[in-house]
Design a protein around this ligand. Structure first.
Ligand SMILES: N[C@@H](CCC(=O)N[C@@H](CS)C(=O)NCC(=O)O)C(=O)O
Length: 360
């Protein structure tokens, strides 16, 4: 009896230790269906915006897509395929997002999309790390002389359908007992045009979107003011279908890698200084470059991207191609006047919310 019991315990221990370890290795290193399809196709299908300057914008002269969100699509393409141009951009209006994720017609969406509970569940999405902390605001014409949303009582406000924007403003109007009529449009350009043509006294969206249209689309930006109130939390970030958690890990750790690179002072210009030189002794390299950075960049025998079925040094390629988080922000969002210093979008080391878990 004793012997049997001991054998049983030993056998269960064996299964626990070795079975567990084997399944961890297998799960960690096998590409999921979306990752596999991207490799077979040779491109990433990324759902984006085409009309929001600085974030997701199709240049009318070149037809090229550009912006902050676009660069995150490119970063994931580099992580998996090593090529920032291997992206098939699919412009989506707000209403089209749920179906695009549910049907799996896109691999990834990076389109100023707010992370909410219902989108996790009803859309069947896995949101990656928030890459832009935003909030909803209201823009109005300076000549109205208005300085708060309450003063817009009795007027009409333009808003886009299929957005958290529409839901938040409806809540705000009713909870503040305001009499503001909403005029609803299906895309950003139509909403903006209606506002410019005077069909509404104000329009509302994420403050980043207001800044983009004010700088990029207004004939005279000085004619428009963004009111001081921020009426919601809009954590914007990438999302992908729940059918492939392994792909979602690639997305998440690519975003984290870009944030960590900035924290560690690694840029597209100086990245070579952080790599192990040919013939360099490991002890020598370890005196110049921290173990954490060696792990981030997959140097000196570290697994790096191997956890995600990628090259160990995938982050080297990503940083070379698109820069670190700060470079992406400066290139795309500084021109909109979106000041980063002291904002939620600064690194945690400078009082912001951007924080990468350890690469280990
Ligand atoms: N973050 C909000 C709003 C996102 C959104 O769609 N904003 C509009 C206004 S800036 C937009 O990007 N429209 C682009 C378009 O329809 O082409 C959400 O996730 O619902």
């Amino acid at each position: 009896m004793m012997k049997k019991a001991r054998l049983l315990i030993l056998a269960s221990l064996f299964v626990l230790v070795f079975g567990g370890a084997m399944s961890v290795i297998a799960q960690d290193r096998v590409a999921g269906p979306i990752t596999t399809a991207i490799r077979e196709r040779g491109s990433l299908i990324c759902g984006v915006n085409k009309s929001v300057r600085g974030f997701g914008f199709q240049n009318p002269d070149t037809g090229d897509f550009e912006g902050f969100d676009i660069d995150f699509c490119r970063a994931v393409a580099v992580a998996i395929l090593g090529d920032p141009t291997a992206v098939d951009f699919r412009p989506l209006n707000a209403d089209q997002r749920q179906a695009a994720i549910q049907t799996g017609e896109i691999d990834l969406m990076v389109r100023n999309t707010t992370w909410t509970a219902s989108r996790d569940v009803d859309w069947g999405a896995i949101f990656g790390p928030t890459n832009f902390y935003d909030g909803q605001g209201v823009m109005t014409r300076v000549d109205l002389g208005v300085s708060s949303i309450a003063e817009l009582d009795g007027t009409t406000m333009c808003v886009q359908s299929g957005t958290t924007t529409e839901l938040n403003i409806t809540d705000y109007i009713s909870s503040n007992g305001l009499d503001i009529e909403l005029a609803v449009f299906q895309d950003a350009d139509a909403t903006w045009e209606a506002y410019i043509q005077g069909r509404c006294e104000s329009w509302t969206t994420d403050k980043s979107g207001l800044a983009a249209y004010r700088i990029g689309n207004a004939e005279n930006p000085g004619d428009h003011v963004i009111l001081p109130e921020t009426i919601s939390k809009e954590p914007l970030g990438p999302l992908s279908p729940q059918s492939d958690p392994q792909f979602a890990e690639i997305v998440a750790w690519t975003v984290y890698g870009l944030i960590q690179a900035e924290e560690s002072g690694i840029t597209s210009a100086n990245i070579d200084e952080f790599l192990m030189k040919e013939g360099e002794a490991p002890e020598e390299y370890s005196r110049r470059v921290s173990p954490a950075t060696q792990r981030l960049l997959g140097q000196n025998g570290n697994v790096g991207g191997g956890y995600f079925t990628l090259k160990p040094d995938f982050m080297v390629d990503v940083i070379r191609a698109v820069g670190n988080y700060g470079e992406i922000y400066e290139r795309n969002l500084a021109p909109l006047g979106l000041t980063r210093a002291g904002s939620l979008n600064d690194l945690w080391t400078r009082g912001g919310l951007l924080y990468s878990p350890p690469f280990r």
